[in-house]
Design a protein around this ligand. Sequence first.
Ligand code: 0A1
Ligand code: ZN
Length: 846
Amino acid sequence: MRNETIFLKDYTPPAYLIDDVHLTFKLDPTKTRVLSRIAFHPNPETTDRDFFLHGEQLSLISATVDGKACRPEIADEGLIIAVPDAPFIFEAEVEISPSTNTALEGLYMSNGMYCTQCEAEGFRKITYYPDRPDVMTTFTVRVEGDLPVLLSNGNPAASGDGWAEWHDPWPKPSYLFALVAGDLVAHPDSFNTMSGKQVELNIYVRPGDEHKCAFGMEALKRSMVWDEQIYGREYDLDIFNIVAVDDFNMGAMENKGLNIFNSSAVLASPETSTDTNFERIEAIIAHEYFHNWTGNRITCRDWFQLCLKEGLTVFRDQQFTGDMRSHAVKRINDVLALRGRQFREDNGPLAHPVRPDSFVEINNFYTATVYEKGAEVIGMLKRLVGDADYAKALDLYFERHDGDAATIEDWLKVFEDTTGRDLDQFKRWYEQAGTPRLTVTDHFDNGTYTLHLKQETPPTPGQPKKDPRVIPVAVGLLNPNGDEVVETTILEMTEAEQSFEFKGLAARPVPSILRGFSAPVILQRDTTNAERAFLLAHDTDPFNKWEAGRALGKDTLSRMVTNGTPPDNAYLDALMAVLRDDTLDPAFRALALSLPGQDDIAQTLFDAGLTPDPDKIYRASQTLKQTLAQHLQDLLPKIYAEMHVPGPYSPDAEAAGNRALQGAALSLLSRLDGGSAASRQYESADNMTQQLGALSCLLTIEKGEAELAAFRTQWGQDRLVMDKWFGLQVTYAAPERAAATADRLTKDPEFDLINPNRFRAVFGALAMNAAGFHDPTGTSYNLVADWLIRLDALNPQTTARLSTAFETWRRYDGDRQSLIRDALERIQSTPGLSRDTSEMVGRILN
Ligand code: 0A1
Ligand code: ZN
């Protein structure tokens, strides 16, 4: 097994390129035959003529070069063959066993259906091939199998009884290859593109799931229209297929013309899916569809450039969701996710640049940094150049690089050429890891208000020193009576320290800094709770209005944890005012009411030089919720009633926003009424949002046993709802019972180690139950370690991802640190541990 590090600086172009490829699959659960015919020619761009084909876990049956049998040297990870310095045809036949492929990478089986996952390097488990993204070609694929549906990329070419042929006219790298075969049913539709071409659309599902396709199909059509209208991008094949698969490591995959989805990321119905599920499904469908241009038509030269397609596509899907729903609410949710996952990563042992410069296993770099921080970097670029130049730069990007395997340099160059700006310094956002701290001080003198900004990024693994970055800081100023005196302006910070002046002000203003969260930094400023409450009441920027409330909440909770200070009334009153203000969007009010998470408080305390105690944080959060519930007791039943959405369920943003606020009210109310309103809601709910919401409220107050049992009886046959049933119990378990709950659930007959959704439902939830995971006895650490060791032998990718549960270990006290270290070392010393997990655990430990 290869274990060495691969470096960006070592990139060399491929020795041979491909004219076209023909593949034939003779499907069989344990003995699938794959026949390949690949037309190679020497790459004129290089003199390198070493011919190497990647291949792993393949049985080679035969291989020929220009029709003559050849005897390749079978190396650890592929074939070395002597070939001419001229065009030639390579043909091979290999045998693979999809039914025993539990890693869910390459060709595998899920519930009797064949499917593939090739990104990043899974194609080499299908056949011998130059499995790197800068080798692009057209594919013709013949699928043979005794199954009703046989699919691959591109357009259907021909079919007969037990076979089908597909041709993809667009050159693509192997990671975008896909094949699906099974007993599936289609939810069909069609779409007319902007130039009047008709595209056939299908969502393929297992029989029984047909009623869960309609929402996904509508979301797909909305995405297609949006990409035409906003980015001028039209779809380019006759057919677009989506397939839902139950066993899938990630959310979904953008294979050309044949997107494959984790069924949790596409199947939806009011009875089985929550509002949050609907919104996530809409976003993922959009994301995968948008990849057709940002990822597929223009792909990545090598895997170090992953953020080129992912950062941009996440940015695009975030814009889309904002347009479809609410920009303010979307921004707040995105920042919550960024802080919860990316800041955590960026401030720990796994910190890496948006464009990493080395990796051992690329699958470990599908991270919040590459995706979400990658999107933030694009947002900053757009803020700096303005909307018009952003649009021009994107047009140029599509025009100049269509058909290319491109780099971050290519991407930045189109912005430089469009705007005349030098982006050398901006590029540090791609190269330097770590979250900048932006410290702000201010003074007011004789009508001039000065903001002094200082940026500093702490060291990260392998990068002890950081250079100053370009930081767009959006600022607005309010006068003391709450009116805005300076509208949002972008301060462009380029130095380590820099001052900005605002002249001609009548009185000292209150600044609203980093509006819209204009850069992914940690803002540090000595301020008062009075000022925060003022901004919460008056800021015109919805993000900063919410942020002010959040800061109050953080301050309150931090002081409760560190010195037992009771929550102050100013904060509780400010929340009450927000809750009462019916000019505010209910979704916004629900967000304002949600308290900072326990992990967030732990990181805040750690940043302040303290050692967080997860148990104390848990208890302070409970106390704060109880106090808040009492403070709002008159208002809660009123809000709960007012937010009732009449009529049949609809997942639209407005109805969902009302339900979100109703749910937030119910959750506080349950702490006062012993759960009676929640029980009633559970009984009468006709949709999953309210059913699950009510059940969560009950579990939080340690009730709901009967409802939990009823829920299982009702939903025992629905895999996706049962994932919720598993997850819920661990999420809401009291800290001292979290490990035991997870342990009990692993013994449930419905627990399934092979299914990533089910495994994550239990162990992802345990890792998120902060006080339960960090139980001082170490029981959770050990349980998670035991199960990661078991899973690693079957599915390295999912194991490695879940090992990030331990990434924050250095925040905690010595006893916890040594318990975690023991658990990590136990994982690390497991014989035969995968490259994925050993890289992750090694980095976490270092
Ligand atoms: N490119 C997909 C996500 C994805 C990445 C890796 C995978 O296997 C290692 C699978 C899917 C996306 O961004 O949606
Ligand atoms: Zn993506």
